[in-house]
Design a binder for this molecule. Sequence first.
Ligand code: ARG
Length: 696
Amino acid sequence: ALDMNQITAQLQHLGLSQPPSFPGVLLHPEYNPVDIFRAYIIEQLHRITEADPAIINNALAWTADQKHGDLVLPVPALRLKGKKPDGLASEIAEKFESPLVQKPTADKTFVRFFFEPEPLASLTLKYIPKHKTQYGFNPRLGLEDPSKPGSKRKRLIVEYSSPNIAKEFHTGHLRSTIIGGFLSKLYSAAGWETISMNYLGDWGKQYGILSQGFEKYGSEAELERDPIKHLNEVYVKINQDNSAEQKEAKTLTEKKDELEKVKNPPKPKKPAKGKEAEAPPPPQWTDEQEKELQNAIAELEKVQEELVAKPSIDEKARQFFKRMVDGDQEALKYWQKFRDLSIEAYKHMYARLSIAFDDYSGESTVKVEDMDKAANVLQERGVSEPSKGAVIVDLAKHGAPKLGKTLVKKKDGTSLYLTRDIAANYERYEQYNFDKMIYVIASQQDVHVAQFFKILDLMGSPYSDTVKKCEHITFGMVKDPKGQTMSTRKGTVVSLADSLDSAKDFMHDVMRKNEEKYEQVVNPEETADTLAISAIMVQDYSGKMINGYNFDMERMTSFEGDTGPYLQYSHARVCSMERKANVSRADLERADFSLVIQAKEGVELVRCLAQWPDVFLNAYKTREPITVLTYLFKMTHLLSSCYDAKDAENRNAKTMSVMYAESPEKKAALMGLYDSSRQVLANGMRLLGLKPVERM
Ligand code: ARG
């Protein structure tokens, strides 16, 4: 945190001392420059209205649009009796005085506060280079008691990504990865101890299918080279065999049934009286048809015999999985290998997305005894009931009619996706003793999550206590540019690595169009990759999480409009300016920042930079990446209007250009402003999981 003495020294110039503090009001002037202004505004409002400082603090809001002020007070929120809000608004505007804030404006029942540009610029542009990569973040929010700096940090588990080994890593998993990565960064920046958990789909009958596929189609070399892709290919092939097998038996049965129907037609309905003459004559059964029927029966019998002699892929898979469950080392050998190699490969992809997991758990790690224990609790507390040899929970009977009935134990006793989730929830609590756990899972599984949360709740203590600390963060579907669902079968999605690679190639082509710049990029491959990933992530963040979107390569890789490449371009542009201007760190930090607010564009940019800590706070409330993204675009647009700003007399068209600065002092001050903007942009980008580039 910033040394408060430095702030106090600044305030003394204005005839002020330490910012005031109030019992029960938690301000963080050491992290947030706006909190200094807040403190003085609260003091004034308290003096004028005698309202409680805590209520004033809650009422005083930041503004998304700065033309409405830096802070705004909706007067009714003060909950003062006996005074008309609009009258009180004017009275406040009238009586308010502070060297930090301009004369407020009363606007109906609102009072709008605009900070004095000069102290705002000198304070904010000192804060940013002091806090650097931490500016905007507030490590106190995640403390058990935020008012006590030494208090314990709260612990959060974020479960996200969670792909299924062998099956495709589809866009739903990509979205969970991107959003989960953001949430874990957001909570860490707020001071939480955050654990990133990947709950792999690594258990179930599909491993029985996969190992048969590997015997038939697998290649050790391919497996080593690209395990995710190879296992997926093998899995697709063996599943085709499996469905061909099932289809063959089905077609034959259908053919036989059809022929039998023609031979022995169902008794025709008695024709209505008087219409006997119109009834169709009974069909003729030909020798030809009889022969066909006999052939079909013979063929079917042969297939059925074969099936008995040689069990189907499906049946073998069931047996194989049973052996895995029973701990058969031979059966588990492949599974372990597939899992290990897949995790290795995932780690590479996650690194490209700036994501690392602390815990690779998975459905396979859920202990049988914990599932049995949960099953007993369900039974003892009368939550579950037997049904046709299996066990179900009828959630309708327990006050959740929309959640219907759900299976909790199969006839053969093997576990289910749902029961694994139930047991895993408590296992995680025992292992980590978390204060909060977030599941980032696609909206297609809303019902599944609601079901297992509800069941945990019905199980009573301790399960019900744990589930109260849990939250599901859901998100909408990603579709292709035409709004169609993407799937492996249609060939619109191959694998995550492939889609990242094709985005990278696309971006590389875009970069090559500007030959001169391209020459100067040190590592074009790497830069293209970073830009492509920024493009994908920003597109993902461009709406609320619950909304789906169309995956549109053309649009997301554009440098125009609100895209990832545009943010990267804005960052690289300041970096290039810094290389050319070559102002020393020391000169930047001791610059006279009153020089940057001569043009209104400079004032707007400074106001925006001061807002970043409040925007972060708001993002911590909404947990929507769009909250951060919207701010970054607003800020970069203000930054770019500074580059062409004119002076007050509209004569000097480059009044905010570092290159054309009329004095070394002005040059240092402008460079300081732009460097702080770059820092805020970089902090916001990193929070979103983007790696800011210095050249592109
Ligand atoms: N592996 C699952 C799937 O791909 C997602 C797992 C989500 N997490 C959970 N705890 N159920 O569909």
